[in-house]
Design a protein around this ligand. Structure first.
Ligand code: ADP
Ligand code: MG
Length: 293
């Protein structure tokens, strides 16, 4: 198969009967007519073989995860995901590979009515870049920079599972929660590098600190079976969680309706991340996050 037949067979779904898409795949650039009253949220993430996934990872999972990590970023902005672009570099035109890969992307895209509107296809070492575009009502995007002392800190789901299982789990991007947090959360971030590292980004951007009770970190059954120190270490430093961490001021807490959230601490004026036990004693474990460089 040549470049254009690959695009046509695996990526051009002709299901773009969406009046916001003026031109999709097939022209030099896609054209979007954004709805009025909304801001556009743009994000991009790259997955590189042997860095973000092992060479033996299930191909469907690679496709799924390459979209999931981008939708997670949009979720953290409180944006509704709408459109994606796919820049794909593959070593060979392996048809079974392309079938599984595109199924992984399109299955997840369908859950959120996300449309693939363009991209690029090149030969080389396996590298997948997706750009995702979302919409959020003007002024309601969730930022990292607006946390205030006294705000409660929450996370969705459970933490540390991906790092503990040492396997690329298929993350559920927290899109629905992100959208519900519009007008409620004062700040938000998605947890990709580990809770401690990602919460620190909120603290830096907002010029505040936090007190986090490590015994309150939500753990799955699997992690809860480990010894306490090991489990907390996974939850704080694990990475690849794709849950949300967000802050809510006291006068908005009654508006939180979702069930999959856990309060883990509070924002403080003192600009340090302080990790404590329920008893008030200091947590002595290490804190680090994943960094490429
Ligand atoms: P150009 O050479 O003008 O940059 P291409 O030949 O790379 O365009 O792509 C032709 C069309 O196919 C464009 O609309 C482009 O967005 C789309 N496209 C290319 N690769 C992909 C892909 N992997 N997934 C979806 N659309 C793609
Ligand atoms: Mg062109």
């Amino acid at each position: 198969m040549n470049e254009f037949s690959i695009i046509k067979k695996f990526f051009d779904k002709h299901s773009l009967n969406d009046n916001e898409i003026v031109a999709g795949i097939g022209d030099d650039a896609a054209l979007i007519a954004p709805p009025t009253g909304y801001e556009l949220a743009f994000t991009t993430d790259t997955l590189v073989e042997n860095i973000h996934f092992h060479a033996n990872t299930d191909v469907y999972d690679i496709g799924y995860k390459s979209l999931a990590v981008n939708l997670s970023d949009l979720a953290a902005m409180g944006a509704t995901p709408k459109w994606i672009l796919l820049a794909l570099t593959i070593p060979t035109n392996d048809v079974p590979w392309l079938e599984k890969f595109s199924a992984g992307i399109f299955d997840l895209a369908a859950k959120y009515s996300v449309k693939l509107i363009g991209g690029d296809l090149t030969r080389g070492p396996l590298t997948i870049t997706i750009q995702a575009i979302g919409i959020v009502p003007t002024g309601l995007a969730l930022r990292r920079s607006h946390a205030k002392p006294g705000d409660n800190i929450y996370v969705t789901g459970t933490l540390g599972d991906s790092a503990f299982s040492n396997y690329t789990l298929l993350p559920t991007p927290q899109v629905d929660t992100g959208i519900k947090l519009r007008g409620i959360a004062s700040s938000a971030i998605d947890i990709s590098d580990g809770l401690a590292a990602d919460l620190q980004h909120i603290l830096d951007a907002s010029h505040v600190g936090a007190k986090v009770v490590v015994d309150h970190l939500p753990l799955s059954k699997e992690l809860a079976h480990l010894d306490k120190q090991t489990a907390i270490n996974f939850a704080l430093n694990g990475g690849d969680d794709y849950q949300l961490c967000f802050t809510v001021p006291a006068d908005k807490i009654h508006k939180l309706t979702m069930e999959n959230i856990t309060q883990i601490g509070v924002i403080t004026a003192d600009p340090h991340l302080s990790l404590i036990h329920q008893s008030g004693s200091k947590y002595h474990g290490t804190v680090h996050g994943f960094q490429h460089f």
